[in-house]
Design a protein around this ligand. Sequence first.
Ligand SMILES: [Zn+2]
Length: 480
Amino acid sequence: MGVEIVADDGADHDNSCFDDEWRPALDNELIDEGRESYEIREEDEDGEEEDSFSADFYRCGTDWSCLLPAHEEGKKKLKQANLLSMWGLKEPKPQVLSPPPPKRLKTLSVINPRESVSPNFGKSKNNSTVTPPSSNRPRICPFYKRIPGTPFAVDAFRYGSIQGCSAYFLTHFHFDHYGGLTKGWSHGLIYCTRLTARLLTLCLSVNSSYVHPLDLNTEYVIGGVSVTLLEALHCPGAALIHFRLPTGLCYLHTGDFRASKCMQSYALLLKQKVNVLYLDTTYCNPKYNFPSKEDVLDYVVRVTKDFLKRQPKTLVVVGAYSIGKECVYLAISKALGVKIYASASRRRVLHSFGWSDFSSSLCTQAKDTLLHVLPISSLRFETLKDYLKNFVNQYAAVLAFRPTGWTYSESVGKQLDQIRPISKGNVTIYGVPYSEHSSFSELKEFVKFLKPDKIIPTVNVGNPATRDKMQSYFQEWLKG
Ligand SMILES: [Zn+2]
């Protein structure tokens, strides 16, 4: 799959919610499925590179929709200021004071809270100095993680303090988005949903004075910019972020999302034209036309029931990331009327969602239910065979589900009954195309609904050929 994993996130792995079960797989588990799509390199870290996405972007002038692979002309490097002036914006100043807000809006300061931090900040429990996020060389924040005309960055924590940035937005709690955030973070306020905020303090011990939770569907004024978070239908706590600048320009950053028809009834999206769309392009390829989440859940339940009829002594396992895919095991739990077993560390995370129905479905003893959640990296024959040995008196077989869009195959398409599991001995593994990212056709429908002036892809941007292809899709979708 051409996966490239950035080795060091700088994260503090000695966190209370990461117990030994997670530790071996930690780096992989905290990355969601979108991560697997990075083809060449994670992102264009270095704005100076001749063949970087930003270089292409700048070379293309205002008609950047014709982005092409690296070419000879335009050797001269352009700077971010050119991009801003291109969009009729002034370069953001390092600190922006909030103008008096309209009365109905909530106004938040973007002032760095250093002064309000407790005296112990920067020290760990044993009073040793907290190490900086990473000892790697500082990276340069790529332009597509900045919101022009604002002091904002989105999902850009691995670059340390970003010049001119005083507010850091986090779309959701997946490692490839929060990477770089540690308990030593002190570069500025972090804005995110309440659920994500809880995870930042619970799992990463980020100092809460830096974490500023926002409610969904509520308009806030931050540094003079109206900001609204909208449900992204990705993992719990994931949000689309809508920015409206004083100039009237609107930007929508999707973070990771699964586009859905219901988003076409979001009042804000109906009311205001989006000028620039930062789009999750994980599956921006027509070969990814996977079925709806609901169809996959029905299928998973059907397979489970059939399997249990044939072999009643079956342990059912669902693979999951740190967060995400909860609906898969919840659907089985409801259909069979059984509880869900998850490790203590995972339970802490799941309880933090504050979903009472969901919390009451969890149980603390593995022997009390046939439905277990394990890290998705555990879905290997040998690992599951070993796991089954713990329950030798209870179960004779394992039925496991690996729910990710990457299991989608064009030959199966939406005909889920065509899926063939892989079996070895008494272990059977089903790869099911349950995706929390948009399929190609869902992306297309969303873009056609939104009709933005420009689209900036945020995933698969490391490869010029892929970028070119995506731009051709965008042009097609925005015609007429
Ligand atoms: Zn994600």
